[in-house]
Design a protein around this ligand. Structure first.
Ligand SMILES: Nc1ncnc2c1ncn2[C@@H]1O[C@H](COP(=O)(O)OP(=O)(O)OP(=O)(O)O)[C@@H](O)[C@H]1O
Ligand SMILES: [Mg+2]
Length: 374
């Protein structure tokens, strides 16, 4: 029997909890020709939301072609163009008439095209000799999508990656091209909030104010509980166990899914709090070597700061005398520097509220492990 708690990817609406408002908002932007910026911390479900929305578009036969482009692994504009071309090849296979036209266009740029023998996925290698060739090719790819009969939705996942490209003016270039494509709606997705905000909310930058922002929050507790209960049926979930599951994983989607997956794997007759606790212990045991790896990558003081924040769950005033003394964290200056470094490394999650900002250990499992181990 399929484990209904996915810990990666997207499969079917039945395995996807809620996000109804967000799906509707995204769909409405698409239908009204608006571009969207989708931001949330890592593993909250951004990619899931995009794929869920694309699934609905296909299921309801809405008049859109959808294209998902993950640029996480790209290091340059050249990689970006390659990834975009590969995504188009996947969406429009050569045997279809659109795919056939695309292949003809693509061959004009004289890339080397190969197919992975195992996955069958296309691989495109361009050989650009001048920057203008890159721009020409990029524009050509967008123009191709723009010329389709059906409106095209292009979701670019991990969009903040473009700020690391060595080529000059990538943002301006992308902004110029994307603005010209009236038959394409873009969804820009990213987890590095500060970088995403800089790209889209800084008046001095090309993408300023060009999109509608959609922020993904935690899934509503009641809705998540109802989803979990339904997926465990006919096995019952105790109230106490439910409270534990949602609390221990802080309702951070990936961690909640992982714990439920582990509990389901144990095939309990009833999901009691004892069962849930046992599952959480099992998870932490399998993760210990990863946690120790993290310790090797940071300084002793940073590790201590991580432990202190884990023990407090969430901390607002990391440099307060009281907090520093309680956990012997040294000077405020050092603590601030360590805080910045850990946030930069995505070991700490910074949550910005209206009047305050707070910090928690990003990886919820690491947080729980630090809390009980030290
Ligand atoms: N609404 C949901 N219901 C159930 N499971 C979900 C939901 N959204 C996401 N998930 C699951 O949570 C995990 C994380 O989701 P996803 O990969 O979409 O997050 P993300 O925000 O794109 O993460 P990242 O920032 O690392 O790319 C996945 O295992 C996914 O299957
Ligand atoms: Mg993602």
């Amino acid at each position: 029997m399929q484990n209904p708690f996915l810990a990666k990817g997207y499969l079917l609406p039945m395995f996807f909890c809620d996000r109804e408002k967000e799906t509707e908002a995204l769909l409405s932007n698409i239908q009204n020709g608006l571009d969207t910026t989708l931001i949330s911390p890592r593993k909250f479900g951004k990619t899931g939301l995009i794929l869920h929305t694309f699934y609905k578009i296909a299921e309801e036969k809405l008049p859109f072609s959808t294209l998902y482009v993950d640029i996480f692994a790209t290091l340059s504009l050249k990689d970006f163009i390659k990834t975009l071309a590969e995504a188009i090849l996947v969406e429009f296979p050569e045997k279809t008439s659109i795919g056939n036209k695309f292949m003809a266009l693509l061959k004009g740029y004289r890339p080397v095209i190969t197919y992975d023998p195992v996955s069958g996925m296309p691989q495109v290698e361009f050989n650009f000799s001048a920057p203008s060739e890159k721009e020409y090719t990029l524009k050509g790819l967008f123009a191709f999508l723009n010329s389709q009969k059906q409106h095209v939705v292009v979701a670019i996942d991990e969009f903040q990656q473009i700020t690391t490209y060595p080529e000059k003016n990538v943002e301006a270039l992308l902004r110029t091209y994307t603005q010209q494509m009236h038959n394409i709606s873009f969804v820009y997705c990213g987890s590095k909030k500060s970088i995403m905000t800089q790209i889209f909310a800084d008046a001095a930058r090309p993408f300023y104010s060009s999109t509608r922002q959609l922020t993904l929050d935690k899934i509503d507790a009641d809705k998540y509980a109802a989803f979990i209960r339904e997926k465990f049926l006919p096995v019952a979930v105790d109230d106490e166990a439910m409270a534990y599951i949602l609390e221990w994983t802080r309702r951070h989607t990936f961690y909640t899914q992982s714990l439920c997956n582990e509990i389901f794997k144990m095939k309990p007759r009833v999901v009691s709090v004892a069962v849930a606790r046992k599952a959480s212990r099992e998870i932490l045991e399998t993760e210990v070597s990863n946690f120790l790896q993290i310790r090797n990558l940071i300084t002793e003081q940073q590790w201590r700061l991580l432990i202190a924040i884990a023990k407090e769950q969430s901390v607002q005033s990391v440099t307060s005398a009281q907090f520093l003394a309680k956990y012997q964290l040294g000077s405020a200056t050092n603590a601030r520097r360590n805080l910045e470094s850990l946030t930069e490394k995505e070991l700490l999650l910074e949550t910005v509220g209206l009047n305050e900002r707070s910090y928690s250990v990003y990886n919820v499992f690491l947080s729980r492990w630090l809390e009980e181990t030290y």
